[in-house]
Design a binder for this molecule. Structure first.
Ligand SMILES: O=S(=O)([O-])[S-]
Length: 127
């Protein structure tokens, strides 16, 4: 049996936690991870977000300064709350699923991504 991208996203969604943009806006102490491509990130992103594209996420997340264990760089802080998002939620669902499988214990994805965030009237940082 082969699966479509949509099937993969649905499967991931069954294993992850998604929260509404308003809940995400109220979340405190999370590392906010934009998993879109750098060019997308540059067109506007959530305030305070870091950009680790979906394609390199598994390879780079543990060493990112926002996640790394400074005292022992070999150990990422797997209990660090991570809040991931993309454009509409597909890539973020796959990203959240992968992060959980890597042992990150507090991962959430913003339902509907930055599109839903913007539609909810929440602020976007443009540079
Ligand atoms: O993957 S996506 O939901 O950003 S199009």
């Amino acid at each position: 049996m082969t699966l479509s991208a949509s099937d993969l996203v649905q499967e991931a969604r069954s294993r992850i936690r998604e929260i509404a943009p308003q809940q995400a806006a109220a979340a405190e102490g999370c590392v906010l991870v934009d998993v879109r491509e750098p060019a997308e990130f540059q067109t506007g992103h959530l305030p305070g977000a870091i950009n680790i594209p979906r394609g390199v996420l598994e390879f780079e997340v543990e060493a990112h300064p926002a996640v790394a264990n400074v005292a022992d760089p070999a150990l990422a802080r797997k209990d660090r709350p991570l809040l991931v998002y993309c454009r509409t939620g597909g890539r973020a669902a796959l990203a959240a699923d992968a992060l959980q499988r890597m042992g990150f214990s507090d991962v959430r994805s913003i339902a509907g991504g930055i599109v839903a965030w913007t539609e909810a009237g929440l602020p976007v940082h443009n540079r």
